[in-house]
Design a protein around this ligand. Structure first.
Ligand code: CO
Length: 157
């Protein structure tokens, strides 16, 4: 039996990217897990009481109508999120789904390049172009419709 030749195929990955990471393709890390909560202070307190975790960064992101508290875990974050306006997409999400997992942020080296790549490969997107996220990052969201009901955020530091 051959030990070479059959390693490709399968998942349909790869659109010409030459990234060195063979495990996640152009995804270099899990940047954060976004969790929707009604009461940000209560959620921060819970993570402190349960896990001894403290907030590394807190920011109100007016363009998204949210306030976030980031808890750093190794090189990634838990992003606790609460809406600050009734009309924000997060508020609408929570009207339907309540609290809980909201999105996952995947770190990439080049947000614009990956966004164009996934659009070309048929993924539906929320953001046609990269925009500024929290911590001065560059971000773009993929629509859950074509990604297994998962809202995906591409994050470039
Ligand atoms: Co996020």
């Amino acid at each position: 039996m051959s030990l070479v030749g059959d390693e490709e195929g399968g998942s349909g990955q790869g659109h010409g990217h030459a990234h060195a990471d063979a495990t996640g393709g152009v995804l270099t890390d899990i940047d954060h897990v976004g969790i929707a909560v009604y009461d940000l202070d209560a959620a921060v307190g819970w993570y402190r009481d349960m896990f001894g975790a403290t907030v590394a960064h807190r920011e109100r992101i007016e363009s998204d109508g949210v306030e976030e508290a980031l808890i750093k875990v190794a090189d990634s974050y838990i992003q606790l999120l609460t809406p600050v306006t009734d009309t924000s997409p997060l508020a609408k999400f929570m009207e339907r789904n309540g609290e809980g997992l909201h999105h996952v942020g995947y770190r990439v080296d080049d947000c614009a390049e990956v966004l164009e790549s996934v659009k070309g490969a048929g993924a539906r997107v929320v953001d046609e172009h990269p925009r500024t996220g929290s911590r001065g990052t560059t971000v773009a969201f993929l629509h859950p419709k074509t990604s297994f009901a998962t809202l995906i955020e591409l994050v470039q530091e």
